[in-house]
Design a protein around this ligand. Structure first.
Ligand SMILES: [Zn+2]
Length: 437
C-alpha cells in the first residue's frame, strides 16, 4: 500500500501531551513516522496538506451494541429479531460507526452469535467497520437484567443468557469463549418491575466463579453495575471493566481503586434521554432521574479518576436513543462538562484508554510510529472545543488501518424491515365513553 503524508497538521497524539504541529507519515497499515519535515521514501506518496487541521487517533467506543438493530423497546429486541436479518443489519450499522470516526469498538453483548462473526467479517474485509472486540450474550441470573420479566428462567433470549447456578456459569463462560467471545459480560444488577432501581442479582461468590473461569482462559470480564454494592462486589471479584458504576459510594470507590478495574460510566445513553428525549418522543418520566444519576455518579467517577483509575468512553450505541454513527464522541463531552476533565484528558479516555481496555495499547490509540494507521483529520480544535468531534461534517479524512475511508458517499439510509417494529393496535382503550362522550 502506498504512503500518505499528512503534512503540517496540529497533532493531538492521544497520550495527553499538548498538541503540536507535525507531519504524520502513514505507510500501509501503519504509522511510519511522526515529526518535523518528514520525507516519505516512496516516490508516489500522496501528500495531504493538514495545515490548520487536527490530526488525532481514531475514536475508540468501548460500549456498543451494534447487533441490536436500534430497537425502540425491549419487546422488539427480545421478540422481533431474526438471526440472518439481524446480522445483515448489524453490518449496515457498523459501517456508520466507522464513518463517525470510530476506528475500534468493544461490542459488549448482542443478539445471537453475530458479534464475533461481524468481527471476523471486518478483519477479512467483507464488511466495512471498526476493529472489534466482541462479547456474546450477557450472562444473567434468573432474576434477570434490564428487561424485567422478559428474561426467561433459563436459556437465551435477546442478548441474555440465563445461568441458574455456578455450574451453568462455568459452562456458559467456557462455551462463549469457544464460540469466539473476546470478553464475558455479566449483568450484575437487574430490574424487577415491582422494585425501584436495579437490584444486585449476583452473589460475590457467583461473580468470582465467572471471573476465575474467564481469567483462566485469558479472557477479560466486564460488568453492568447500576448500584453501589454491585460495583463494589464486581471490583472485589476481579472484574476487569465496570460499566455504569451508578451511585458508587465510598466503599465501592475504594474497591474500584484497589482492584485496578477500568471504569466506563457510559453516561451518553442517559444524557441523550435527559437532554434530547422529548425531541425523539421518548417517555419523559425518567429524565430527572437520569440527570441525577449522571451528576451523582459523575462526582464519584471524578474522584476515581483523581485516584488513578483508568476511565474509558462508551456510548451504548445500538438503541433508538443512541443510533449507530451519531453519539460516539458525546461521552468525551460529558467527561468535560460533568467530570471537569480537560478536553485533552477526555480525548485520552476516548482513544488511548480505550486501546488499553481492549488489550491493544501497543497497536492503536495514539499517533505514534509503529501503531496502526487509525487516524482522523478534523477541521477544528477539539483541544479547545470537544464538541467538534461529534460533528461528522468536521471530519476531513479518516484512515482505518491505513485505508482511506471514502467520506464523500451519502450517509447510508434504509427502509424499515418487515416486522422490525412493535406496532401498537391503538394508543388508548377505545371505551364506549371515548367513542360517544
Ligand atoms: Zn450496554
Amino acid at each position: 500500500m502506498a504512503q500518505v503524508l499528512l503534512r503540517g497538521g496540529t497533532v493531538i497524539d492521544g497520550s495527553g501531551a499538548p498538541p503540536s504541529v507535525a507531519d504524520v507519515l502513514l505507510d500501509g497499515d501503519l504509522i511510519a513516522a511522526v515529526g518535523e519535515s518528514v520525507i516519505p521514501d516512496a516516490a508516489d506518496a500522496a501528500v495531504f496538506d493538514a495545515t490548520g487541521l487536527t490530526v488525532m487517533p481514531g475514536l475508540i467506543d468501548t460500549h456498543t451494541h451494534v447487533t441490536l438493530g436500534e430497537p425502540a423497546s425491549n419487546d422488539e429486541l427480545f421478540f422481533h429479531r431474526q438471526p440472518a436479518l439481524a446480522a445483515l443489519l448489524a453490518g449496515f450499522n457498523l459501517g456508520k460507526v466507522l464513518r463517525a470516526g470510530v476506528t475500534s469498538i468493544m461490542d459488549v453483548d448482542g443478539l445471537f452469535n453475530i458479534g464475533p462473526a461481524l468481527r471476523e467479517a471486518v478483519a477479512a474485509g467483507i464488511v466495512e467497520g471498526p476493529h472489534m472486540k466482541s462479547g456474546l450474550y450477557a450472562l444473567m441470573t434468573a432474576v434477570g437484567g434490564t428487561a424485567g420479566r422478559m428474561i426467561p428462567d433459563e436459556g437465551t433470549a435477546g442478548y441474555a443468557e440465563v445461568t441458574r447456578n455456578r455450574d451453568e456459569m462455568v459452562a456458559a463462560t467456557r462455551r462463549q469463549i469457544k464460540e469466539g467471545a473476546d470478553l464475558i459480560k455479566i449483568h450484575v444488577t437487574g430490574s424487577v418491575p415491582t422494585r425501584r432501581g436495579e437490584l444486585q442479582v449476583w452473589t460475590p461468590d457467583e461473580l468470582r466463579t465467572v471471573v476465575d473461569t474467564a481469567h483462566d482462559l485469558q479472557t477479560p470480564v466486564v460488568a453492568h453495575c447500576r448500584n453501589a454494592t454491585s460495583t463494589r462486589d464486581a471490583a472485589r471479584a476481579g472484574v476487569d471493566i465496570i460499566y455504569h458504576a451508578s451511585y458508587m459510594d465510598e466503599e465501592a470507590l475504594e474497591a474500584v481503586v484497589e482492584s485496578g478495574a477500568i471504569l466506563g460510566p457510559v453516561f451518553t445513553f442517559l444524557a441523550n434521554l435527559a437532554d434530547f428525549g422529548p425531541k425523539a418522543g421518548a417517555t419523559p418520566s425518567a429524565q430527572d432521574v437520569f440527570r441525577d444519576e449522571i451528576e451523582n455518579t459523575g462526582a464519584m467517577v471524578r474522584r476515581a479518576y483523581d485516584a488513578g483509575v483508568t476511565l474509558i468512553c462508551g456510548s451504548e450505541s445500538g438503541f433508538i436513543i443512541t443510533p449507530c454513527g451519531h453519539w460516539h464522541a458525546r461521552e468525551m463531552q460529558i467527561f468535560v462538562d460533568v467530570l471537569g476533565l480537560t478536553p485533552l484528558e477526555a480525548i485520552t479516555c476516548g482513544t488511548l484508554n480505550g486501546a488499553v481496555a481492549m488489550g491493544e495499547k501497543d497497536l492503536t490509540g495514539t499517533i505514534e510510529a509503529g501503531k496502526r494507521a487509525d487516524v482522523l483529520v478534523i477541521d477544528g480544535d477539539p483541544a479547545r472545543d470537544i464538541t467538534v468531534l461529534g460533528d461528522k461534517s468536521r471530519l476531513r479524512r479518516l484512515f482505518w488501518q491505513g485505508r482511506d475511508v471514502d467520506l464523500d458517499r451519502p450517509w447510508p439510509r434504509r427502509s424499515p424491515l418487515p416486522g422490525e417494529r412493535v406496532m401498537p393496535w391503538a394508543e388508548t382503550p377505545l371505551t364506549w365513553d371515548l367513542a360517544y362522550r
